[in-house]
Design a protein around this ligand. Structure first.
Ligand SMILES: [Zn+2]
Length: 86
């Protein structure tokens, strides 16, 4: 039986992807993670086994393979709060 995307009903295919995860104010990026990806909307599905492995890796506090600089932009500089929500 072919799996379908829960959101759009598109076809789901096996792929390796990146997974971004926030943990305690810190952003982790996992690369080459096996997932199922919707060909239509791009939604990524990970198995519970993958989440188990990620949990374990985070607990072990391993040295990352690489680190990257993430640009942070505050909206305050560009829009007034009232503009942004109306
Ligand atoms: Zn989809």
């Amino acid at each position: 039986m072919e799996e379908k995307c829960q959101f759009c009903g598109g076809n789901v295919k096996k792929k390796t992807v990146s997974l971004d995860l926030w943990k305690k104010e810190k952003l982790y990026i996992f690369k080459n993670v096996p997932a199922k990806v919707c060909e239509q909307c791009g939604e990524k599905y990970f198995s519970s086994k993958i989440y188990g492995i990620i949990d374990r890796l985070l607990k072990e506090n391993l040295k990352p393979d690489e680190t990257m600089v993430v640009p942070v932009l505050s909206f305050k500089k560009f829009v007034k709060e009232t503009e942004a929500i109306s």
